[in-house]
Ligand binder design. Sequence first.
Ligand code: ZN
Length: 183
Amino acid sequence: MTTTHALLPLAVAVAVAKRPVPWTLIIVTMIASAAPDIDGLFKHFLGVPPNSIYGHRGAAHSLFVALAAGVMAAPFHRLLGVRPLTAGVCVAAAMASHGILDMMTDSGQPVAYLWPVSSVRLFADWRPIHSGPMHIAHLATHVFARFQSELGQLIIPMFVIAFAVRCLRAAGHKLNISLPQPS
Ligand SMILES: [Zn+2]
């Protein structure tokens, strides 16, 4: 689900950030992480056929589109409170993570991850993320069921790992400080 994609940058920030992360960077990476799913609306509003490269899990889910978004984000680094390279890498990585996670789901369409180099749609060999189909007629029930399932299998484990990494890093840091320095 789009919300789960959006939470990934937050978990990464919890796990690896050394200093407080600017909130603008967190918000922008959360948006970048969820953004590829905008192609789900193309079908309804622009009449794009589902098997088109511009349909769901098509061009918008590509690694190269994510890299381009990173390049476009770099000049706005001041707004994001970081250096240009950090801004570009964070936005590109957040957006690129979306296609990778989608390729690891067990339903839906495969992903055009290498577009425009290749229009072949890909699934990962290892697809542990269960995502049942959604039907418009039971949308509310299906959205709730999927959120519940993603909460258990993705969101909670993701934050548990993030906090564990943070605690380990903090413990390692303390250990480094308490070890006698060689003279
Ligand atoms: Zn997607």
